[in-house]
Design a protein around this ligand. Sequence first.
Ligand code: DC
Length: 232
Amino acid sequence: MPSARRTATPPAVPLIITLDGPAGVGKSSIAARLAGELGVAFLDTGAMFRAAAFTLGEGAWDWTQGILQQKLGDFEFTLRGSGKDTVLLLNGQPLPEDIRSEQTGLWASQLAVVPSVRAYMKMAQIFLGQTTSLVAEGRDMGSVVFPGAQFKFFLDADPEERARRRCRQLEAQGKPADLSAILTSINQRDHQDRNRSIAPMKPAEGAVVVDTTHITENEVLEKVLAVVCSKR
Ligand code: DC
């Protein structure tokens, strides 16, 4: 079973804030900063799918449900720290930087359509949310995993703008960035994530939708914080 280490004295009912949206929209940065403002952990659920895809390898989405269940039975995700310093561990180890590649993102998106993988991830995420307060980001956090979350958001932006942001991020890290390849990958993942039969990416009922195409990260954070602070 997955487990979560506590980051601070948690409230009797953990605070859960969900932040869903497509690839490259900036969910992780906003989720980490929001979690920092609130003094809670942030859960990057895309990293969980990426870690599974990276560990199991190409083609794992074609394995039988039984084999996948058995392999995932050896996985244990835990959380340490809060805000930007939150660390997601798989079997006690930090996730490798290689999970961030475009290729692993595509593999993760393919693996994410498989029922036994989604069932495992949902169980692991719910368990983490039962033991610690979280800002959880992904595709189905508000709609499927935490439908009772106290606050739900859906961030969106034009695919071209998301591809440009991803390029700038890679360039800032001194890595090669091919805008048209990134845009193709983003469109492919959007298509897979929106059209799968289980837990397709969509705004959850009651989610506040924020179009981030023309606003800065600071402005997005301000909008999200304003909603949270107005109701707490
Ligand atoms: O957020 P990300 O780009 O790191 O996510 C990688 C892939 O994982 C994404 O394309 C689809 C899948 N995913 C998912 O199906 N459900 C989530 N809650 C998070 C990610």
